[in-house]
Design a protein around this ligand. Structure first.
Ligand code: ADP
Ligand code: MG
Length: 371
């Protein structure tokens, strides 16, 4: 008798969903990115009990068309990508159509949406765990979409227990990541609030409808932080490296255009004389083409250069790496957090050189307000 059998569909869905939505941060990341993709100019993120009870993300974006209600939460249904080739010119955060379907499998989930500014025309959508639409009913709503995730991981007891145990740390990490989204998103008002049981709702932070990232940074971190920063405006020219160990460089020199070797780093970093405490890694924000992402090697390189000017502190970093879309791959992990940069070695070398030059030229005086 054959022992190898296909896993039944429902179980496959749950297994895969657990990889897409790994923790509290995955939920918030996916929902905020959907709101940004929907063209929102205001995003309201509401936690109840730091996310243990619920997470709601409300936006004023384009809303969801009634024709899409049936498919919106089905796996691999997306309005953003239709073929693999589109990945190389991606300008949206989402592309795999997995987030909403995964949330249906792992939480009590619903959506309220309206396409026009008429309170009477909103719809509340409810779904089966498979992502199939269970029903829609009239619901008062402003234009835009609210996605509500309650009781996350209610059906994965081990993960739910871990979440409960580590909720304080998880929540703090999430707020750090939300700082990153809020700082880079010009023209989008972010409001983040939390309500603990039997307590009043508290605003955690908010930004205004700013037109520069500098204003966003001021809203999130205060003017004091800004005074200690120097502007980043580095043009990195990437030489194709030689030698057998530089696999990525070979790819670049054969496949990519010259334009794709240019990387422009824009943002702000602490002046060498005035860094942050050692406990402030949440104040280091990295982006590739405005997409917040963890870049561990780049982070390490920046901190290394900084350490040669200031041994006791870490820098505040807000750095956006603007580069050709075919110079990186966003599709490397199920939770889409990592980005693979082609020829990272060459990038790191030229970044270190440029940063060292910048710090050598930076005015070393301590800002007045810090004296
Ligand atoms: P993806 O973002 O990869 O397309 P999701 O599962 O996150 O996959 O979302 C599925 C689809 O639902 C999106 O392609 C989009 O069309 C729609 N959608 C999700 N969130 C929103 C939102 N906040 N506003 C408007 N449409 C949305
Ligand atoms: Mg998405």
């Amino acid at each position: 008798m054959a022992t190898i059998k296909a896993i039944e569909g429902r179980s496959v869905h749950q297994i895969q969903s657990g990889q897409v939505i790994a923790d509290l941060y995955s939920v918030v990341k996916e929902l905020v990115e959907n709101s940004l993709d929907a063209g929102a100019t205001a995003i309201d993120i509401r936690f109840k009990n730091q996310g243990l009870d619920s997470i709601e993300v409300q936006d004023n974006g384009k809303g969801i068309a009634p024709e899409d209600f049936e498919t919106i939460a089905l796996k691999h249904y997306t309005s953003k990508l239709s073929s693999y080739e589109d990945l190389t010119s991606l300008d949206t955060f989402g592309f795999r159509g997995e987030a909403l379907s995964s949330l249906c499998a792992l939480s009590k989930f619903h959506i309220i949406t309206a396409r026009v500014e008429d309170g009477a025309l909103g719809k509340k959508l409810e779904f089966e765990t498979s992502g199939k639409l269970k029903g829609s009913s009239a619901s008062a709503a402003q234009k835009g979409t609210t996605v509500a995730v309650e009781n996350l991981f209610f059906n994965l007891p081990v993960r739910r227990k871990e979440l409960e145990k580590n909720i304080k740390r998880e929540y703090t990490k999430v707020v750090g990541h939300l700082h990153a989204y809020a700082c880079i998103s010009v023209g989008v008002r972010f409001t983040v609030s939390n309500q603990m049981p039997k307590a009043k709702k508290l605003t955690v932070f908010s930004t205004k409808l700013n037109i520069t990232t500098k204003e966003n940074i001021t809203n999130v971190f205060g003017t004091k932080t800004l005074l200690a920063l120097v502007k980043l405006d580095l043009h990195l020219e990437m030489e194709p490296s030689k030698g057998p160990s530089t696999q990525g460089a070979r790819n670049w020199s054969t496949q990519a255009t010259d334009r794709s070797r240019e990387v422009h780093v824009q943002g702000y970093i602490s002046k060498p004389v005035f860094g942050e405490g050692r406990q402030a890694p949440d104040r280091q924000m990295f982006y590739v083409n405005s997409r917040p992402c963890g870049l561990p090697q780049v982070t390490k390189a920046v901190n290394e250069v900084y350490r040669s000017f200031n041994v006791s502190q870490l820098p505040f970093v807000f750095a956006n790496f603007v580069m050709d879309t075919n110079a990186y791959d966003v599709n490397v992990s199920p939770d889409k957090r990592s980005i693979m940069l082609h020829d990272q070695t060459a990038l790191l070398e030229s970044l270190k050189t440029a940063l060292t030059e910048l710090f050598e030229q930076t005015d070393q005086t301590v800002p007045q307000s810090q004296l």
